[in-house]
Design a protein around this ligand. Structure first.
Ligand SMILES: [Zn+2]
Length: 213
C-alpha cells in the first residue's frame, strides 16, 4: 500500500515537473547545500498554481510554479523561498515523508481497531468516536512534524549564513496571502500549524541556541 501510493505520487510529480534552473534562486539554495556539505541540492518546479512546497516520499524537493511566480514577481525573496526549501529538506532528513505515507494506511487500521473496541462500550456511536479520535491523533502527529521541520530549517538557515529572518518574514507574507481571494490561498499553510505559533517557536529556538553558545 505504501509502495503503491508512493510510486503513484512520485510518478505524478515527475511527469508534471522540471528542474529549477533560475540562477538567482540557485544562489541561496547553494548556501544551504554548502551548510550540509552537499555539492548541490536539486529543486523541482511542480506545474501547479497553488502556492506550495513539498517533499516527495523519495526525498525529492518541489516548489510549485505558483510559488516560483511569487519569486519572479518580487513578492517573495530568494532567501524566503530558501527557507521553504530548508523546511522541506527537514521533512526528508527527519524521515517524515516516509512515515507520513505509512500513516495513510496505518490510519485506517487504527480507525478500525478503535471502532471495534468503542462499539462495544458505546453501541451505535463507537465508529464516529473512533473517527474523531484518530483524526485528532493524526493532526497532532503532523503538527509535531511541522515544528520539527521548522526547527531543522532554522538551524540550517543559521548555519548557511542566511539566518532566520527570511523564514519569519516568509510566514508573515504567506499569512497575508491567505487573507486574499481563493486563487492566492497558499496551500502550504493549510496543512500546517498556526503561523504565529510557528514564528514564536522559531524565536524560542533561536534564543535557546544563543543561550547555549
Ligand atoms: Zn511541512
Amino acid at each position: 500500500m505504501f509502495r503503491l501510493s508512493a510510486w503513484r505520487l512520485n510518478r505524478t510529480l515527475k511527469n508534471q515537473s522540471s528542474l529549477l534552473a533560475d540562477k538567482q534562486l540557485l544562489k541561496p539554495i547553494q548556501l544551504l547545500a554548502n551548510a550540509l556539505d552537499l555539492e548541490s541540492i536539486s529543486v523541482n518546479i511542480y506545474e501547479i498554481e497553488p502556492v506550495n512546497g513539498l517533499a516527495a516520499p523519495d526525498g525529492k524537493i518541489f516548489i510549485t510554479r505558483g510559488f516560483y511566480n511569487k519569486f519572479t514577481s518580487g513578492e517573495v525573496t530568494g532567501n524566503e523561498l530558501a527557507s521553504v526549501i530548508a523546511h522541506e529538506l527537514g521533512h526528508v532528513a527527519l524521515g517524515h515523508t516516509r512515515r507520513r505515507m505509512i500513516d495513510f494506511s496505518g490510519q485506517n487500521a487504527l480507525r478500525m481497531a478503535l471502532g471495534s473496541i468503542l462499539s462495544r462500550v458505546l453501541p451505535g456511536i463507537g465508529g464516529i468516536v473512533a473517527n474523531v479520535l484518530s483524526n485528532l491523533l493524526m493532526a497532532r502527529l503532523s503538527r509535531a512534524d511541522e515544528f520539527e521541520a521548522d526547527e531543522y530549517a532554522s538551524a540550517l538557515m543559521i548555519k548557511s549564513g542566511i539566518g532566520v529572518k527570511p523564514q519569519i518574514s516568509m510566514f508573515e507574507k504567506l499569512e497575508k496571502l491567505s487573507g486574499n481571494n481563493g486563487n492566492l490561498q497558499p496551500a502550504w499553510l493549510l496543512s500546517h500549524p498556526k503561523t504565529n505559533k510557528r514564528i514564536e517557536k522559531i524565536q524560542e529556538n533561536v534564543s535557546k541556541w544563543d543561550a547555549n553558545k
